[in-house]
Design a protein. Sequence first.
Length: 499
Amino acid sequence: MKKLIVLAGLALAASSAMAQSAESYIVKTKGVKKTEAKAVKEKADQEEEATGTDFVSQNFRYYSLCDWKDGMKFMVLPEKYDLIVNTFHDAGTGKEVASGKLRRKIMIYNNHSVGANGRERMNFTCQEDNKKYYFELPNGSFDDYCYSRQGVPTLAYLGDVDIAREKLIGQSLITRSTDYRIDVDYDSDSYEDVKVEKNMEVKVVAIGVGTRSFPVKIIVADKKGNEFYQNVALSKTNCGMRDDEFIVDNAKFLFYGSFDLLTGETKVSTDYAQYMGKTVYTKYATSMTTKGGGKDNRVVKVPKLMAFRIDGMAPVRNSNYVTLTLTETETGRTYAKDVTFINESVTGDIDGQKEDYFGYLFGFGEGRLRNTNAATRTMIREGRVGMGMTEEEVEMAVGEPDNKADLPNGRYQWIYKRTKAWLIVEFSKSGQVVGIKTPRRTEKSSGDSIEKQKTEEGRAFGAATETRASKMRAAETRPSAARAAGSHSTMPSSAGGGR
């Protein structure tokens, strides 16, 4: 009797250990009610080593059904369709078993065979209760079926989970997407979508099972302790999806679509170290992605002449681009912008130029807006001229004028040719804007066309342009004090309004 009691106790302990093993694959982001079970590292039995040059191809081998070996482990994770169409039969009775009853059970593969009805089947043992089940092939022979990507419905391959635990838990990764998830509760697969910063350093805190298509659930935490996760496909064993289906929205469910290892290759190289912490300003309006979490992550148009501090630089895998983390010096808002430091074969452009080239888009320093007030900075960024602006501020707003002219009363004008009108900016003797006129243009584009218009500013310009060239030559030779006393400025040419 004593021996029977001991044997019964051992059987109960073994059963409990197997149940705990299945439970250990269920991991959740912190905040859900049930306490997480400790991760049990179980190395997959893979005789052949994966080959390749990157982390995924070196460690996660794809197994077609033809290559499945006895002892490979899978977890039953039925989706809505699987709750209607059952996957498994009870090997003892031959009856179908509801997928919901097998949910989160571990199935161990036991090769394939031919049933009494002549149809081929794939055999499994449930780790929890040691019962036998089989999946009957829908049609054809095993040799024909095993080369397809259909696989066995409901089964998520646990071999990838085991290897990922061994290789990744405690490691630092870089986020390569902005779209991740957090768990809603422990007992269901419900989740909420969250937005996070791209190219942020995170640490892997837990790895468990995800879904059949994306079996490896990687939970990471940022430096503030916030946890989020992504379900990813690694080897794609039995995922039921073709390679060409991992595009667009599904791209983030590949490991490199959501993460990258924090290695020497992904850290900022010494070539970029010189830019860290530098202040730069935009020479042209450009698109950037806002940062800060929540729904604030969106693409916005950033105007020219905004000053930023470079707080982060992360190379983009398999490209010449680097993602900059930029903090606006005035408001403290943060943005991300992909740029290249190689001025060739660059996509995107501004006015026919290569906008994503760092040297074209950014200038060092805060630009020439440091001493201007907020209202004037807004007008400059919008390309507008306002009363009281200085010559430098006008030039930053609308660029170098097409013509300059002295007026009889000691004031002077800058004239800009627009598509349907002239922009005439009048300055006082002290060099501030005191008048802004926009007379319509005639069909002719010469300076004489303004003189023919019935406007006071047109006549003034026509009279002034007769002697403009000689006066400008004389002005260029005057001392700076004389020019300050009343002559107009002859600022050197600059391109587009930004230096």
